[in-house]
Design a binder for this molecule. Structure first.
Ligand code: BG6
Length: 484
């Protein structure tokens, strides 16, 4: 591991994302010894004029209510907060960034960085509209100047643009200032335990190797449900909608890992090369394979226009045109204000040919990976019902993480991903060409929705979403297991 100073700058430090996700993730890393006080300093930067202590007090509540179970927790919170300094400045003028640079440099010198490298990590917890100016300011004022090595890296959050054109423009602007190796595009789904498990599952288990293809798999569902609405984020959400918010990024990334070929090694570039190939093999989405929904009451939010056409629910069938997957629908489904909160992958196998047990009605073999809540994997299979008669029944082989890995704390996605940025591992980050290919898939559909050519159907909050979605699922080949 590298030595020397590490300066972590959270831009947008007074905002919601920083408070709820970024600082708690940094705190958890600190608590586990990944951020050493002898090397690390954290800088908060934002426009709001507040003092160091005011920022610390804003953050404190989110740390205390975290995994605050151990007696030394309050002490750790106080020590961690002492590592944070706040600087206020604008996002498009040099003044604030020069001051920031001075502070970072002072920290580097005070920690004797001359004996080691100087590492600078900039986390943009900001709306993408200011990315170009902020990147320019960092590039002009705040790059690592140590002769002894080190680096400058930036972390950016989605949304990366609104469609292919805007995303490419943003990538070009940022690309003029930073090398691809310095840019970490976060998709927090890639930091989830069971998403990280996908490649292991697929490529380290003999079971799956011969089965994972069009000969055996009938359809794949990747589902995201939330049981709450836009919750005060209506203004942001209405500009984007569920496809840009969840499907184009989180669910599509999961699809890549489910569908990609085996990479030649675990090197980030090898993995990302394979992901890009899958994305480039996705065919144009057909209108008849899309169902949109909007929950009733969505436009009651004052920041959402009454006539909004923005979907809060969507089911979209993607078709991958390659040797492994031709003819297998990948059904991506996401919705807000539904009846449950869950994210899962359901791989449904074809019927057994020549079924002598006449057990088809009971359901098919299905392999389910539940990403959250209560991480689990289970395989639905047909067995003989115990007893004197020869009846069959659906049962499951079940790996529930809570039971199997009792006492093991599953890290937060953000925590893991920030650690990767410090270590310089880009495997779980989205590469520029990957982003481009992801936008290529959805941009024509999104434009049709933006123009009002496709309209969302209303659905009741707390329901399963529009009924048309279930019909589409069935048409795509999904067979519901009865009595399960
Ligand atoms: C975010 C979306 O990226 O993911 C939110 O912007 C959504 O709308 C959130 O609520 C869901 O994340 P998770 O980890 O709770 O599934």
């Amino acid at each position: 591991p590298e030595t020397g100073t590490l300066s972590i700058v959270v831009l947008g430090a007074s905002g919601d994302l920083a408070k709820k996700k970024t600082f708690p993730a940094l705190f958890n890393l600190y608590r586990q010894g990944f951020l050493q006080p002898s090397e690390v300093h954290i800088f908060g930067y934002a426009r709001t004029k507040i003092s160091d202590d005011e920022l610390r007090n804003r953050i404190r509540g989110y740390l205390i209510h975290g995994k605050g179970d151990s007696p030394e927790h309050p002490e750790a919170v106080s020590k961690f907060l002492q590592l944070i300094k706040y600087i206020s400045g604008s996002y498009d003028t040099e003044e604030g960034f020069r001051l920031l640079d001075k502070e970072i440099y002072a920290h580097e010198v005070s920690r004797n960085s001359l004996e080691g490298t100087s590492r600078r990590l900039f986390y943009l917890a900001l709306p993408p509209s200011v990315y170009p100016s902020v990147c320019k300011m960092i590039g002009t004022c705040c790059m690592n100047k140590s002769d002894l090595g080190g680096w400058t890296r930036i972390v950016v959050e989605k949304p990366f643009g609104k469609d292919l054109e805007t995303a490419e423009k943003l990538s070009t602007q940022i690309g003029q200032l930073f090398e691809e190796q310095q840019i970490y595009r976060i998709d927090h789904y890639l930091g989830k335990e069971l998403v990280q498990n996908l490649l292991v599952l697929r490529f380290a288990n003999r079971f799956f190797l011969p089965l994972w293809n069009r000969d055996n798999i009938d359809n794949v569902q990747i589902v995201f449900r939330e049981d709450f609405g836009t919750d005060g984020r209506g203004g942001y959400f209405d500009q984007y909608g569920i496809i840009r918010d969840i499907i184009q990024n989180h669910l599509l990334q999961v699809l890549c890992l489910v569908a990609m070929e085996k990479p030649i090694s675990l090197k980030p570039e090898h993995i990302r090369d394979e992901k890009v190939k899958v994305l480039q093999s996705v065919l144009e989405i057909k209108d008849e394979e899309v169902v949109l929904g909007q929950y009733e009451g969505y436009t009651d939010d004052e920041t959402v226009p009454d006539n909004s056409n923005t979907p809060t629910f969507a089911t979209v069938v993607l078709r991958i045109h390659n040797e492994r997957w031709e003819g297998v629908p990948f059904i991506l489904k996401a919705g807000k204000a539904l009846n449950s909160r869950k994210a899962e992958i359901r791989v449904q196998f074809k019927d057994v040919p020549g079924d002598i047990f006449k057990c088809k009605k009971q359901g098919r073999n299905e392999f389910v990976i539940r990403l959250q809540p209560l991480e689990a994997m289970y395989m639905k299979l047909t067995v003989k019902q115990p007893g004197l008669e020869m009846h069959t029944v659906q049962s499951e082989l079940d790996l529930s993480y809570m039971q199997r890995y009792q006492g093991v704390v599953i890290p937060e996605a953000c925590e893991r991903l920030i650690l990767d940025t410090i270590r310089g591992d880009q495997q779980h980050f989205v590469r520029r060409d990957e982003l481009k290919a992801a936008w290529e898939i959805f941009t024509p559909l999104l434009h049709r929705i933006d123009r009002g050519e496709l309209k969302p159907s209303p659905y009741k909050p707390g329901s399963r979403g529009p009924v048309e979605a279930d019909e589409l699922l069935e048409k795509a080949g999904y067979v519901q297991t009865h009595g399960y």
